[in-house]
Design a protein. Structure first.
Length: 257
């Protein structure tokens, strides 16, 4: 369903503007899940309309050196891919949180009021995703195979409903109603690069001396990233922990220790 009359540049420009807006909201303590909703909706729509900014697929195209799929020169795409990894080292995984259409559609699906399942321990999905990342590189560099196409990432957003791969990714999206972001946490090759950077982010969510130890943030977090000893590599900055915190100033987005 990609609309050919809309240039891919629209998605890239939106990604940059949305990123700046979200950083501002987090930096000045104004981010809420309600304010995140417009970003999630627009990001998802752009995924279907122009298939941009779909960060994992853009990484796949860079690995395959497929300039046509990128819609931009390879050096420019590579620079953009590396830039967002560098930005994750500064401000965390804001791009994953509300900007990438793949993450956004799963985040919206998780709002469906059904029983939630899955392991919130961030170590299990990280280990699985690391193995998938090795397969991703081997398939792309060694066999010139598009692993994400086989999973159906492109077919889903292009609404190629007759393809088997569309059904594969649709199943992942439907699963995200009960399991938080299964693609992001267990498969995404770009997330495998962003998570180590985010775990050392200059700005991240942290507890202050105002924390009363109620653990409401930990219970609200679907990835287990709200524990005091967690490095926040699997924090998608969804805002559940800050919305759940009963004490102003106990959980803030600021310079990490």
């Amino acid at each position: 369903m990609v609309v050919e009359s809309i240039p891919k540049a629209v998605g890239f420009i939106y990604g940059l503007l949305a990123f700046a807006a979200l950083v501002w909201l987090w930096r000045f303590g104004r981010f809420t899940r309600r304010r995140a909703m417009p970003f999630l909706v627009v990001s998802t729509l752009l995924g279907f309309l122009v298939f941009t900014p779909v960060f994992p697929y853009q990484l796949q195209a860079v690995v395959l050196r497929d300039a046509a799929a990128l819609g931009s020169p390879l050096p420019m795409a590579l620079t953009g891919t590396l830039a967002f990894i560098a930005l994750a080292l500064v401000v965390g995984r804001i791009a994953c949180g509300q900007i990438c259409p793949v993450g956004a559609v799963q985040e919206l699906m998780y709002l469906v009021p059904v029983k939630k399942r899955g392991n919130a321990d961030s170590r299990v999905p990280v280990t699985v995703r690391a193995g998938v990342f090795v397969l991703f590189l081997a398939a792309g560099l060694g066999l010139s195979a598009n692993l994400l196409a086989l999973i159906g990432l492109a077919d889903f957003f292009h609404l190629a409903v007759a393809s088997i791969s569309f059904v594969v990714f649709l199943s992942i999206v439907l699963l995200s109603a009960t399991v938080y972001r299964p693609f992001c946490r267990y498969i995404c090759p770009y997330g495998a690069l962003l998570a180590p950077a985010a775990s050392r982010a200059f700005y991240r969510l942290r507890r202050t001396d105002a924390c009363i130890g109620c653990r409401k943030c930990e219970r609200a977090c679907p990835t287990g990233a709200a524990r005091p000893d967690d490095r926040r590599g699997e924090c998608y900055l969804c805002g559940r922990c800050t919305d759940a915190c009963p004490v102003d100033g106990a959980l803030v987005y600021g310079r990490g220790k």
